[in-house]
Write a protein that binds this ligand. Structure first.
Ligand code: ZN
Length: 650
């Protein structure tokens, strides 16, 4: 009997060229060759075995008994095996340190379900036949490696338990990888460069990773890690997913990387790309999560989740909307897209309903051909957030964060019933100038005039606007497009903005928001008129409306200048009334000084509560009018002092 001639050089199959470094070059088969052949029965080809009359079940049986005996060789490197069923066996050996299936292949399924491995499993470059690999409910006490394996069919591993390291790097599957539902990894797991070529799934749903999970550069049809618990770091960087990435209810206890941890540096591996929906609903992440430079071809949903570390989306590409509704960002949120495109929408929406963001940066892409991002807040709470417009500096590299300059801008930001805590409106005064709208996207928002020609225009506008605003024409317009049910929400929107501005000590903003708040309240009374059930209510609403409407003319006492002007106008109006009524009633002209006497009289009446009887005029009608003017005058003086001191106290 001679020895089998199979050596290291016979292992390299066309599919594994250059990859067999996992087997030492000194390896050679230690079994005896079959009589008249140069190889043992494990290394003979199927045809030869058939010819020699060695049945498949004999090989199967031999391997099973070798395992059961516990002291036969478990070196099956490069073996040509039939379908292999080792299910339910306890795999242990006194002679070998591992069940060695490196470079081996099976004709059918490799069944290791319910097996208990007390020794490592080496299946580098293993090739399974149709039926795939089944390790369901198997327990591995030591290392397991399927590095570079080729699987025809699925990798079934539901409920399996890995106590040592597990390596699935460079594996290629024609169907799904299923390591789901209570599959437990106690040590490092590597999926690097794993590839699924059909429309299967990378399914680690409900698994528990107690060690690190490295899934860099995987290329799979979809990822399902719903409810998966990651206790250590997770790396999904430079991945390519043709369909959805489902991570609902996942738990991340340590850092998660989908992209590059440092967007200041150039990435040589290329960005991650997710073609379907990326769903991070109901997720809890205790530490940092980054989606830097990821290309999202479809929606990104980060809803109802809690993030206790930083969340970064630096330089991702967005081709559909982003939803952050219901989520809490306890540390900071940074969104700075690289490029946005979508043929159906003019803007890429980042929807934030019931979203809490403590601090962060929400910026626009800097490319002029990119669509802008509409940050849309509703019922949310925002803290110290900076909204930026960005520009690429010169013709520098757009994929590096430091090549952009940032300018404050809320041109593409809207707020509806949103609370501001620690938010500074001051950098956005230029954006808000003119209408102070924060509830509606107005991309034509006027900026401060800059040229001399603009100044001329501005002066002309002032001449037109002052009388218009005194008559309350201009401001009423901004509410025209809303219906009565939205008025109270508008009121709330601006009340919350006012409170935020007051807290940050911004007088200008708080005053403008207060005016809009009361505008919305006034509008509510006007709409109540049509809804009044009876006459009494109608009169009540009607008078409330007109009280507010009149108050509006002095900008709800926000402008001391406006109060002063209105007082001045009142004096003139009464002077004219005295002139007319004096002529009609034939009363004597006060001070007998022609028309100017009426003006002096009106001015005196304005600052005097009650004239001495009979001092200047005798008509009781006119005396009545002076009493009314005196009352209005006292009221105005009070308002004037109030509006002056209000800005001081705010
Ligand atoms: Zn051999």
């Amino acid at each position: 009997m001679s020895q089998c001639e199979c050596t290291f050089s016979d292992l390299e199959s066309p599919g594994h060229r250059g990859e067999i470094e996992n087997v030492p070059p000194t390896w050679s088969c230690s079994r005896d060759a079959v009589d008249g052949e140069s190889q043992c029965k494990y290394h003979l080809s199927n045809k030869k075995r058939e010819k020699l009359g060695i049945p498949e079940h004999e090989i199967q049986h031999e391997i099973q008994s070798a395992i059961k005996s516990g002291n036969a060789s478990l070196d099956f490197v490069g073996s040509n095996l039939p379908a292999l069923d080792l299910s339910g066996l306890v795999i242990t050996s006194s002679t070998d340190e591992a069940l060695d299936l490196r470079c081996a292949k099976t004709n059918g399924k490799l069944d290791l379900s319910d097996a208990k491995f007390n020794i490592p499993l080496k299946a580098h470059l293993f090739e399974s036949g149709r039926g795939g690999i089944d390790i369901r409910d198997a327990e591995f006490r030591d290392k397991v490696s399927f590095y570079g394996s080729r699987v025809k069919g699925s990798f079934k591993g539901k409920g399996s338990h890995f106590k040592g390291e597990a390596d699935f790097s460079n594996a290629k599957l024609t169907n799904s990888l299923n390591l789901h539902d209570s599959t437990k990894f106690e040590d490092l797991v590597k999926f690097k460069n794993l590839k699924i070529v059909s429309d299967g799934s990378f399914r680690i749903r409900g698994a528990i990773f107690q060690g690190r999970c490295l899934a860099r550069e995987i290329d799979v049809p979809e990822v399902n890690c719903i409810g998966t618990k990651f206790r250590r770091e997770v790396k999904f960087s430079s991945i390519s997913v043709d369909g959805d990435f489902m991570a609902e209810k996942a738990r991340f206890d340590q850092d998660v990387d989908f992209g590059d941890s440092d967007p200041q540096k150039y990435n040589h591996d290329g960005p991650s790309e997710i073609c379907g929906i990326t769903d991070f609903s109901d997720v809890i992440a205790e530490r940092h999560v980054n989606f830097n430079r990821v290309l999202f071809r479809d929606e990104l949903k980060i809803t109802d989740s809690d993030f206790y570390g930083k969340v970064q989306l630096v330089l991702p590409s967005l081709e559909n909307h982003v939803t952050l509704s219901g989520s809490t960002f306890d540390r900071s949120l940074i969104i700075k897209p690289l490029y946005c495109k979508n043929s159906d929408h003019n803007l890429i929406e980042v929807e934030c309903v019931n979203t809490h963001i403590n601090e962060g940066i929400l910026a626009q892409p800097g490319n002029e051909h990119s669509k802008n991002v509409h940050y849309k807040f509703q019922d949310s709470t925002i803290g110290n957030i900076n909204f930026y417009d960005t520009d690429l500096i010169g013709d520098q590299n757009p994929t590096l964060l430091q090549c952009y300059e940032f300018n404050h801008s809320i041109k593409y930001v809207t707020f509806w019933k949103t609370k501001f805590g620690n938010f500074d409106f001051a950098p956005y005064h230029a954006n808000l100038h003119g209408n102070w709208n924060i509830h509606k996207l107005d991309i034509n928002k006027q900026l401060e005039p800059k040229t001399i020609a603009d100044w001329g225009k501005q002066k002309f506008n002032l001449l037109r606007e002052i009388p218009a605003s005194l008559l309350d024409i201009r401001e009423a317009g901004w509410l025209a497009e809303y219906d009565s049910t939205e008025y109270s929400e508008l009121e709330q929107t601006y009340r919350l903005a006012k409170i935020g501005a007051v807290e940050s000590g911004n007088n200008r903003a708080s005053s403008e928001f207060f005016i809009k708040e009361l505008d919305a309240r006034t509008a509510q009374y006007s709409s109540f008129q049509s809804r009044a059930e009876d006459r009494v209510k109608l009169i009540q609403y009607w008078s409330q409306y007109w009280v507010y409407r009149s108050w509006r003319t002095i900008r709800y006492s926000e402008s001391a200048l406006r109060v002063f002007s209105m007082a001045f106008v009142t004096v003139w109006v009464f002077a004219i009334i005295y002139l007319i009524t004096g002529n009609i009633l034939g009363s004597t002209s006060p001070y007998d000084a022609g028309s100017i006497g009426y003006l002096i009289f009106s001015f005196e009446s304005f600052v005097t509560l009650v004239h001495n009887p009979g001092t200047t005029v005798d008509s009781s009608w006119i005396r009545g009018l002076t009493a009314i003017q005196g009352f209005i005058g006292a009221f105005f003086i009070g308002l004037f002092v109030f509006s002056l001191t209000r800005t001081v106290h705010r």
